[in-house]
Design a protein around this ligand. Structure first.
Ligand code: R5P
Length: 283
């Protein structure tokens, strides 16, 4: 066999590949061991990088370097949710472009291809080269929309902003207009949403709001509120990545949203859409 699929313990639930060893030293530093023979093989490593993104990224860097040391012919990685993908622009002089740094480090460490899902800064699917790194960006929007359409066949599909428009294009969906305010001055860097408008008649219709991610929940909650105010019959909320910070999952339920669903790129109580079949086809 010329191909070896390896999996980190944090991706064991996906049921793909032989496990690598990851342990933690008493001071919390990472210990990595690869026991599979990688020599002259095309190796694919599946590794989640959320939660604990800083720690998981260091684990990935150590594993990549080790697999190269073991004379692999090539190494590709599957990172279902790519962290640090949100700062791909400089708003102020001197700001670190985190997305570029992470991708160029992966490239420098010999990663031939990064396979990921609904990468925040790419905003479309396909093959890209970014900061020297080859990236395959897959979407889970088809699977998510199919799942929700099995509950409400005629539901209108809506993206809460222009950035997520590509998720609804196939279903001829609508896009809301979201305007964010300025970044705040506190230690936690965050921009409030100033306004969210729909501009279409959705009264008495079921709607599926779909985004790449639910982080603090501000976007999807505002979008769900706008749809309810516009007279939607039932509101379904979905995303590929469910971080659900600030109790956003329970806030969505409290709002009367019919169902919230995300994939298992990140574990959550509503991670009902499985990414493993898509990964299996690629590795
Ligand atoms: C925005 O550009 C993204 O597509 C998401 O709408 C956003 O990142 C979600 O973040 P939050 O849940 O914090 O509003």
């Amino acid at each position: 066999m010329d191909r070896v699929v390896l999996s980190s313990p944090n991706a064991e639930d996906l049921g793909l590949g032989s496990l690598i060893e990851i342990k933690t030293f008493p001071d919390t530093e990472n210990y990595i061991r690869i026991t599979e023979d990688c020599e002259k093989k095309d190796v694919v490593l599946i590794h989640r990088c959320y939660p604990n993104q800083d720690k998981s990224l260091v684990q990935l860097f150590l594993a990549l370097r080790q697999i190269k040391e073991m004379k692999a012919r090539s190494v590709s990685v599957v990172v279902p949710y790519l962290p640090y993908a949100r700062q791909d622009k400089r708003f102020l002089d001197g700001e670190a472009m985190s997305s570029e740094t992470i991708c160029s480090l992966l490239n420098l460490l010999g990663c031939k291809n990064l396979i990921t899902f609904d990468c925040h800064f790419l905003k479309k699917t396909g093959e890209f080269t970014y900061a020297g790194l080859r990236i395959t960006n897959k979407t889970m929007s088809g699977e998510i929309i199919n799942y929700l359409k099995s509950k409400s066949k005629k539901a209108v599909v809506i993206s809460p902003d222009e950035g997520a428009k590509y998720l609804v294009e196939k279903d001829k969906g609508l896009s809301m207009k979201k305007i964010r305010g300025r970044y705040n001055d506190s230690v936690e860097r965050y921009r409030e949403i100033e306004s969210m408008s729909l501009g279409h008649d959705i009264s008495n219709k079921d709607v599926i709001i779909i985004d790449d991610m639910i982080s603090t929940g501000s976007t999807i909650i505002k979008a769900a509120q706008a749809c309810k105010e516009a007279g939607a019959a039932n509101v379904y909320c979905a995303a590929t990545h469910g971080l659900f910070l600030n109790s956003s999952l329970s806030r969505l339920h409290a709002l009367g949203v019919k169902e919230v669903v995300v994939t298992n790129t990140i574990h959550s109580p509503v991670s009902k859409i499985d990414i493993s079949n898509v990964i299996k086809e690629l590795v």
